[in-house]
Design a protein. Structure first.
Length: 114
């Protein structure tokens, strides 16, 4: 499933504190676009469905609908400085056709051999 980096977890927890959502889970969604790219969404949610997959990463409670599971397999959510003073969440996802692993990292296979 998806992994959250310590930097992302720290920012998610801070955002939850600021918005009064400390008891909510972070819902992460992914869908394949017509051009093959993956579109992501995330936000705090306290209305889990029976079919949701619920787990923790770096102390953050995550909720994912089954339809997004395959698209998020082996993905990493990070919080990085894009430019000086400009931070953003980014998804590093080997399931995305445009994915290039960061320097020094090997991408996990998108479809591991059975």
């Amino acid at each position: 499933m998806i992994t959250i980096t310590p930097a992302a977890a720290k920012q998610i927890k801070e955002s939850a504190r600021q918005s009064g959502s400390e008891k909510s889970s972070l819902r992460i969604a992914a869908k394949r676009m017509p051009n093959g790219d993956i579109d992501y969404g995330m936000g705090f949610d306290d209305h889990e469905k029976d079919s949701d997959l619920v787990f923790k990463s770096q102390g953050v409670s995550l909720v994912v609908e089954p339809v997004s599971v395959d698209l998020l397999k082996n993905a990493v959510l990070d919080y990085v400085e894009i430019e000086p003073g400009q931070h953003r969440f980014i998804f590093m996802n080997p399931n995305d056709p445009n994915y290039t692993p960061p320097d020094g990292l090997n991408a996990p296979p998108a479809n591991p051999a059975s």
